[in-house]
Design a binder for this molecule. Sequence first.
Ligand code: ADP
Length: 624
Amino acid sequence: MSALTQPEDDFKARLDAGLWWKLFQRALRMKRHLVPLCIAAVVIAACEAGYAHVTRWVIDAVVRDGADAPLGLHLAAYLGLTAVLSVGVWVFIEKAGNLSNRLAHDIRRDGFDRLQELEFAFYDTRPVGWLITRLTSDCDRLARIMAWGFLDLVWGTSFLLMIAASLLVMNWKLGLIVIAIVPPLAVVSKYFQRKMLLSAREIRRTNSQITAAYNEAIQGVRTTKTLVREAENLAEFSRLSTRMFDAAVLNARQNAVYFPIVTTLGSLAAGLALWRGGVLVGNEAMSVGTLVAFVNFAGQFFFPINQLAQKLTEMQGAQAAGERVMGLLSTEPAIQDNATVRARLAAMAANPPTADLAPDGLPARIATVEFRHVTFRYATGPVVLEDFNLTVRAGETIALVGPSGGGKSTIASLVCRFYEPVSGQILINGIDYRERSLAWLQAQLGIVLQTPHLFKGTVRENIRYGRLDATDAEVEAAARRVNAHDFILQLEHGYDTPVGEGGNRLSSGQRQLVSFARALLADPQIFVMDEATSSIDTETEQLIQRGLQTMFAGRISFVIAHRLSTIRRADRILVITRGRIEECGTHEELVRRRGHYYELYTSQFQREREEAVLEGAAPEPFQK
Ligand code: ADP
């Protein structure tokens, strides 16, 4: 397994109080759950300490009054304590579970929200698996530790303080002697808890590697046999298995050593209490009941200290996860509205704009999109576009063609403001698009990708995704306009046919038609399309071409074009090579020029013609 999916790897030597405080602030927002939780923790600690006091009380009463001691009263006190303790434990478990789930829910939601806000460049540098781990296992782990850890810290500290206070109040000199056991107990507990956490991790890690090895061995059994790899595989597996064995033995040994040490320390404290206390009882300076309480308390120090050590160690172990999650939550999107735009949006929100103004107060109609001296590179890469200039007017369709890696998709992404120019400007109606509202611009975009992504759901739901408040009639009208209606009606349940995971029940041509309808429904001013390269049957191809005409009409369209029929209809064709416009013109102009485009066109035409012949359809005539 890679380090990315093993977030447990880092164990922080030092607790970062600032980080945990920030995390606990999230818990503080849930006072309704946190306050009862803390009260329950303190009440439980008080009840547990109370038992020793009741015992002391009973013994002293019996020693003093013999058979006349009010034992019924003592029994009632004992039962009362038990009842309170039970309620405390109930509140404690219920609230901690609740808090843990709520925290996980909140962090997940905020994380998801942030993921949606973050720009594409953020995703370029972080693998999907890494992000998913942040929002699933990291998030759950943190929430669990925060809720249960918080609880144990409150309980452990209060119990510890109550024991110490009881001892000091009963007899401060003897109390100090017994309390002297706390520091060594704390040091030993912390030391062993850390060791045990690390060995338990090693067991888990090797265990998952063993599972993966089994998986591989079973799935690849044929290949292994034919390549006679059995011996090597077994050797590899044995190494893994030995590592797990070693870790498990180590963990067992640590447990075996830890518990005797701490119980010995506890007994030592109890022994000290018994010895010094015995002398005091003999001198009648202390009651028998107090002595018993002392011995009881001395033996109980271990529990809160063990819990505190365990929780602090777990927090150290989860700190890396905490840093990653908090890092994600506090990452500011690099592409967002600037202060001026935010101010204009706020001003416009107060007096809603008229129809011809966008929410940012500037004209809503997009008349031109212009690249002015645009240079661009991805975060870590070389320059992709250099001094790129282009002006597109409303109604124009620009076809981008050229060799792969030339920069066509980059141009489209820049138009969409998924990335911003490194230098130069992209202007909308002559205004830098960074001075416009990002949400408004992106609402004006209709995007159809090479393999359009359809969501699990019906055809209708997928089209409606373009505009959630569209009526059924509007959904169907959009489908009609892009020529998708007829094929949809032929599906088993028409518009209510489920499209399957990622749209896999539809052919790629059908998926494109559905995505046209979805884009059209939103009535975008700018249409961006990455045409599919896969071959589509001639009939669907014609439907798509007619659908495209509807999409292009009246909009600014950028098409990364692969189909001749699309290219021929474009107002301008740009041949993009190494981030520059190598040729620009209409189909006729470029063919006449007999340059790069002509080469592309003739070779592609040849291929399409052959495919058409193989399919049995009449090939389109060659146009020059
Ligand atoms: P085209 O669409 O013409 O095939 P692209 O615009 O996708 O070309 O790519 C142009 C160059 O930018 C290529 O060298 C490609 O490797 C690089 N590139 C594309 N996307 C990214 C990215 N997200 N991060 C880094 N480099 C990228």
